[in-house]
Design a protein around this ligand. Sequence first.
Ligand code: NAD
Length: 319
Amino acid sequence: MPNDWSDEPIGLVGAGTIGGGWAATYLARRRPVLVVDPAPAALGRLTSYLEGVWPSVRRTVPGAPMSAPLDLLRLVPTAGLGAAALVHENVPESVEAKQDAYRSIETAVAPGVPILSSSGGLMPSDLQARMDHPERLVVAHPQSPVYALPLVEVLAGKATSPTVVTAVLAHLADLGKRPVLLHREIPGYLTNRLTFAMLREVTHLLAEGVVDATGIEDAVVHGITPRFLIGGPLMSLALAGGPDGMRGAMRSFADTIEGWWSDLGTPHLDEDARARLIAAGDEVLDGRAIGDVLAARDAAAVDVLALPHSVDRGAEPRT
Ligand SMILES: NC(=O)c1ccc[n+]([C@@H]2O[C@H](COP(=O)([O-])OP(=O)(O)OC[C@H]3O[C@@H](n4cnc5c(N)ncnc54)[C@H](O)[C@@H]3O)[C@@H](O)[C@H]2O)c1
């Protein structure tokens, strides 16, 4: 397995949003990157992405080069991946497309080279089903922007080797990531399940006319999220429980929570619900171009992570 200080190249198959994010992550650490992407504009798109995000990358990775080290980046055909010490697969979210990609990657790289899928919710056992060496396939699901957000969800399939999982976790930690290992595979993994559990209730509240789109955004952005920077749902509830923490919270709130749970909606994304979500999306974007808001969001993520009292710092005194 490659270490952070190694100069063995990393293979990236698929160079869209996520492949570009992995490229920035490795190039910031001066790791050579071999990119496979059949789109005619892939290389131009990737280099302009890297140049655009580089100021943010430099703020995220101490010691990153002043400008994107494009000399360490090479677009290759799949057969050119032979020297890669590890491959991230970032092709579109389809089992068939990913299985096809592994078939061709396996013709190019040695059997011991780990292949990490960026999939956001597919079952690793399905992804590895047609591989010659399925033991090397691990899901390593990053968050966008990949170069900035530390979390990577790691999942093994039925045929994945525990040794490979251990090595991948160590590699991601070396890379400055915060890998979280799921103990079994589950569709949608962790972050997407949590995110879309909230969207389910949002869909219900919009259908019931309880609040409008702006109100929902305000509740999450100005209320829930700043607290969640210091601790997630478990920490938040423990903090609400008084000096006894979660024991106090269970005494005080368990019955109330149970009552609210039984009142949560179980909507379907039927025509009406989709139309309401589309209207809500238009309302919150308020005519702004998606690309502009995305760029602002990614820059804000870098700012937030740079705050001295951000994640994991909740118990530190202010200085
Ligand atoms: N976009 C996100 O926020 C996000 C977050 C986490 C994970 N993911 C996952 O990452 C993966 C990639 O998503 P994305 O948003 O980067 O998609 P994207 O559409 O931006 O990029 C996909 C890229 O793969 C290329 N491609 C298609 N077939 C290929 C092949 N056979 N070999 C090599 N390249 C090929 C395309 O030309 C394109 O450049 C998906 O599995 C997605 O679910 C996405």
